[in-house]
Design a protein around this ligand. Structure first.
Ligand SMILES: [Zn+2]
Ligand SMILES: [Zn+2]
Length: 252
């Protein structure tokens, strides 16, 4: 094959011909297609949760989902007997509940990093599968609102990690409503927590004339301070949503 033809083939197409290696450890993957933890799990709307795994069995098993008692507000693991964590006590979040799937740590952190910064865009399908499993259990049938990227990001990088997962979910039949937009280009990462909460509050709004379903699930990659979830949920509530829940890949 000539270099020109090769360059025209996307990474996804090449993956179909080349032996698959684990995204995390580089080991050759010899097992069959990845299956969700439950053999009966469906990949959303009746499609099987089955796709080529990006991980070897050992690495897949090293991803530890959050389990046990969780804060009823932000979904982070609890160490005390109380129903809410320190951060959420006395707070009145605009979202009903947040549900992160994994701790942003160890193998999961490396996996997300390979996706966001390492060019492993095809991992979107793997993350979408994890979302699909939880959505079936937690909020079946609810339309999903992806947290939008900062303005200019799509033009600069060509893709956005949350939007890519949303597209994968859309292909599975989930209803994606892109009604949020992000106003401020300020880089939230550089701000301290207090400034971040304040800044985020006005950073998101609902598009003009958008139809807002009454019950929604906001989807994001990582929840850290819940500032983004709060800002998005507040905007959605102000625009008429009755209930906003949050599903995230991980909690930091
Ligand atoms: Zn591996
Ligand atoms: Zn909490």
């Amino acid at each position: 094959m000539t270099r020109a033809i090769l360059s025209n083939l996307g990474r996804a197409a090449l993956d179909a011909f080349l032996p698959r290696t684990c995204v995390l450890c580089g080991e050759l993957i010899s097992s069959g297609p990845y299956r969700a933890s439950s053999p009966d799990a469906e990949g959303g709307r009746g499609r099987p949760a089955c796709s080529a795994s990006p991980l070897c069995r050992a690495c897949a098993e090293s991803l530890v989902p959050i389990s046990g008692p969780r804060c009823r507000c932000c979904g982070s693991p609890l160490i005390s007997e109380l129903a809410t964590c320190m951060r959420c006590r006395g707070r009145d979040w605009a979202f009903d509940a947040a549900y992160p799937l994994f701790l942003y740590d160890g193998a999961f952190k490396r996996l997300l990093s390979a996706y966001k910064f390492g060019g492993r865009r095809s991992l979107a399908a793997f993350f979408a599968e994890r979302f699909a499993e939880s959505l079936q259990d937690l909020w079946p049938g609810r339309p999903l609102v992806p947290v939008p990227p900062r303005p200019g990001k799509l033009a600069e990088r060509g893709w956005d990690q949350v939007e890519e997962i949303a597209r994968s979910l859309e292909r599975r039949g989930f209803d994606i409503v892109r009604i949020l937009e992000r106003r401020s280009p300020a880089q939230q990462k550089r701000l301290g927590r207090a400034a971040r909460l304040e800044n985020a509050r006005s950073a998101y709004n609902v598009r003009e004339r958008a139809a807002v379903p009454p019950e929604l699930v906001l989807i994001d990659d990582v929840v850290t301070t819940c500032a983004t979830a709060q800002a998005c949920a507040a905007a959605l509530r102000a625009a008429g949503a009755r209930s906003v829940s949050v599903l995230a890949l991980a909690a930091d």
